[in-house]
Design a protein around this ligand. Structure first.
Ligand code: KG4
Ligand code: ZN
Length: 357
């Protein structure tokens, strides 16, 4: 069965074709992606209206690219999966509209997929796929969750952020350091030259005993440090880009310290989740999963405990269509998705907890 996947929940338009072949792991045949990062950069963040309009422009040309890569035609597709949520309502509507209309024209099913389930199952697209059950650390721009994954469609929430997501903490800290959107990768690059112990930044809920996270305080701590370094009143407003007047080495130290604070908490809580569930496998998914320091520290902590770590391939860590097609394909194989689940509605779910699917 050939499943076309369409992702349009935020600032990436992704289209992919995944094929199920019997009981083995589904195979990625082709995928194409357009990132809107350059377009939103001037605004310092995602502008929802511009995102929706750009998805409209990109989705059909990207689909053509996918068919050309896979050497097939749109009529060879057996089903169309699209991201139903969570995400930006207008952006989601573009993918839903295209998927449902295309499916209706072809007389094939259209299936709405959960974006985070896509991230969660994206390591199955790698050469060394994990086996169930496992702990999943989902770290994206909008979500930070630890889950116990028993199998496809069986997700138990163990803990999550009570305020900002890990990706948000990266992005907000980066912005305070005068770095462009999205800040995560930029902050990580600047941090390479810095000393992670230079600034003592808070690690909220590190010893709280539960598996929840809180990152909002980190942004405030970084803001305080930047103001101190600039000799500003702590109560005053920080003008954008003023941090760029600080010496590069100081900014690098602060970037490295912020990254270390985020990574420390993520690694420590992941180890607690593994100990609590007595599972010996962890999957890391979502954009922050591309962070090299997180990967190195998680690898080291897991090596010590005899735990296997699985990551999606680096280019499939951030949003893409392959993970959406893959999540649908794995649901089909698990018997959870059939033509009877096809939707003819454009209904999207901007807010949609993963454990409620
Ligand atoms: O999963 P994703 O592509 O989109 C959402 O569903 O949110 O994640 C995007 C997030 C952004 O916050 C971005 O800054 C962060 O992932 N990110 C990184 C890195 N690459 C992407 N954060 C830290 N280090 C990276 N290398
Ligand atoms: Zn995502």
């Amino acid at each position: 069965m050939r499943i076309l996947g369409i992702e349009s929940s935020c600032d990436e338009t992704g289209v992919a074709l995944v094929e199920t072949t019997g009981a083995t792991v589904p195979v990625l045949r082709a995928h194409a992606l357009h990132s809107q990062i350059a377009m939103h950069q001037a605004y310092g963040g995602v502008v929802p209206e511009l995102a929706s309009r750009d998805h409209i422009r990109r989705v059909l040309p990207l689909s053509d690219e996918v068919f050309a890569q896979a050497g097939c035609r749109v009529t060879d597709v057996d089903a169309i999966a699209f991201t139903r949520g969570p995400g930006l309502a207008g952006a989601l509507l573009v993918g839903a509209g295209v998927a449902v209309s295309l499916a209706a024209a072809l007389g094939k099913p259209a299936w709405g997929v959960h974006h985070l389930e896509g991230h969660l199952l994206s390591p199955f697209l790698s050469a060394d796929p994990p086996a169930f059950p496992f702990v999943a650390l989902l770290v994206s721009g909008g979500h930070t969750q630890l889950m116990r994954v028993n199998g496809v469609g069986s997700y138990e929430l163990l803990g999550e952020t009570i305020d900002d997501a890990a990706g948000e903490a990266f992005d907000k800290s980066a912005k305070l350091l005068g770095l462009p959107y999205p800040g995560g990768p930029h902050l990580a690059r600047l941090a390479e030259q810095g000393n992670p112990q230079a600034f003592a930044l808070p690690r909220p809920l590190l010893n709280s005993g539960d598996l929840d996270f809180s990152f909002a305080g980190l942004k405030t701590a970084v803001l305080t440090q930047v103001k101190r370094l600039l000799g500003l009143e702590l109560s005053g407003v920080l003008a954008p880009d003023l941090a760029l007047t600080l010496p590069e080495a100081v900014r690098a130290d602060l970037a490295a310290s912020a990254q270390a604070a985020i990574v420390d908490v993520l690694v420590r809580k992941s180890m607690t989740a593994l100990a609590r569930t007595a599972l010996k496998r962890i999957v890391v998914a979502g954009g922050v999963g591309a962070n090299k320091v997180l990967r190195a520290q998680l690898d080291a902590a897991c090596r010590q405990r005899g735990i296997r770590v699985h990551y999606p391939e680096l280019h499939l860590c951030t949003d893409n269509g392959a993970m959406i097609a893959m999540a649908a394909a794995m649901r089909v194989q698990a018997g959870l998705l059939t033509p009877a689940h096809s939707t003819a509605s454009f209904e999207v779910k901007p807010r949609w907890p993963l454990d409620l699917i």
